[in-house]
Write a protein that binds this ligand. Structure first.
Ligand SMILES: *Cc1c(COP(=O)(O)O)cnc(C)c1O
Ligand code: SF4
Length: 346
């Protein structure tokens, strides 16, 4: 559905910037589930759910230091859909489709590009790779969103990998429990149960306490009750959750739902997202305040995925070395290299 038709249906009056958006470059398509749209308060133009899914013309502006692939995933691809950036774990791009398209998506070079699900050949090639690389202990099924596939396809996908590596830990990375909880059906859970020779972990993305509804908590509880621990990876987003009170409520709400807050990500330097990023200094202040308010269990790790494929590091003095003369933040990478992270200018 086009943005204007969607707004009319929801009783949303579009702002000038929302009206002016046109899909260009790597901007993901507009797309939202009926359920997730129902969480929007139509009269509030700053609504935190709306900000995550309604595109604005800000996405058409690229900022210095941004790239379409800041994590250099293409460079680290070892088969058509398999990314091997860290020795012990790989990420497999199951499909490009999602249940909603997040305006902050960092994998926009791929997400919503109509490339479709991985083919049987893609899956076999990736399974062969992890079969030949026993040092790989974990695989992340990501994309896109794997739970947009049919149960049959998910069954076949997991089956291929389990056949060569029954010991491989599988991380199911999905926003579906948050944005389309009705998809988490008995049939899907039966597929999970069938392949339990090694652990699954579910990695979700709740960014705001309003997303913790009865439905989304029930969907995640199905995994937990089936013995699949659930971890949350939030993205720090301007105007959505860049507030200590909101983050405190989110983390406590997650814990109450038996979900462990795992990461709080600083926004990646991906093109067209400067308006959603938070200056690093503000992020540090927020996390310091959270540490004061939250239990250790409720506390996520504030992390940044360094540009030019530098790798993921916690934002702390072990890796954050200071600022250079231009004001860019200087980080040490896990491999002992150096990368610069530039704050948004707006
Ligand atoms: C984030 C990521 C991982 C997982 O990192 P953890 O710190 O173990 O959560 C693995 N592979 C790729 C390519 C990633 O981007
Ligand atoms: S669900 Fe994940 S992959 Fe899909 S648009 Fe959102 S952030 Fe990107």
């Amino acid at each position: 559905m086009a943005v204007k038709a969607f707004a009319r249906k929801q009783g949303i009056v579009l702002t000038e910037k929302e009206q002016a958006w046109e899909k260009d470059g790597t901007s993901p398509p507009f797309g939202v589930s009926t359920y997730y749209a129902s969480l929007i308060t139509p009269s509030d133009s700053d609504d935190p759910i709306r900000r995550q899914i309604l595109p604005t013309s800000c996405e058409m502006m690229y900022s210095p230091g941004e790239s379409e692939d800041p994590l250099a995933e293409e460079e680290h691809s070892v088969t058509s859909r398999l990314i091997h950036r860290y020795a012990e774990r790989v990420a497999f791009l199951v499909t490009d489709a999602c249940a909603v398209y997040c305006r902050h998506c960092f994998r926009r070079r791929f997400t919503g590009t109509q490339r479709g699900p991985a083919t049987t050949e893609d899956i076999i090639a990736a399974a062969r790779y992890v079969g030949a690389h026993q040092e790989v202990k974990e695989i992340l099924f990501t994309g896109g969103d794997m739970f947009t596939l049919s149960n049959e396809k998910i069954d076949a996908l997991i089956g291929e990998f389990r056949a060569v590596r029954p010991d491989l830990i599988i991380r199911l990375c999905s926003r579906v429990p948050v944005v389309l909880p009705s998809r988490i059906t008995d049939g899907l859970m039966a597929v999970m149960k069938k392949h339990s020779s090694a652990p699954f972990f579910l990695m979700v993305q709740f960014n705001h306490p309003r997303e913790l509804t009865a439905q989304s908590r029930e969907a995640t509880a199905r995994f937990i009750d089936a013995g699949i621990p659930v971890f949350n990876q939030s993205v720090l987003l301007r105007g959505v959750n860049d507030d200590a009170g909101i983050l405190e409520e989110l983390c406590n709400g997650l814990l109450a739902a038996r979900i462990k807050p795992y990461y709080l990500f600083q926004g990646d330097l991906v093109e067209g997202t400067a308006h959603l990023r938070v200056p690093l200094e503000k992020g540090l202040a927020l996390v310091k305040e959270l540490r004061r308010r939250l239990s250790g269990l409720a506390m996520p790790v504030y992390a940044v995925d360094l540009p030019e494929g530098g790798g993921k590091v916690p934002v702390d003095s072990m890796y954050l070395k200071g600022r250079d003369s231009d004001g860019a933040w200087v980080f040490e990478t896990p491999d002992g290299g150096e990368r610069r992270y530039r704050d948004p200018e707006v």
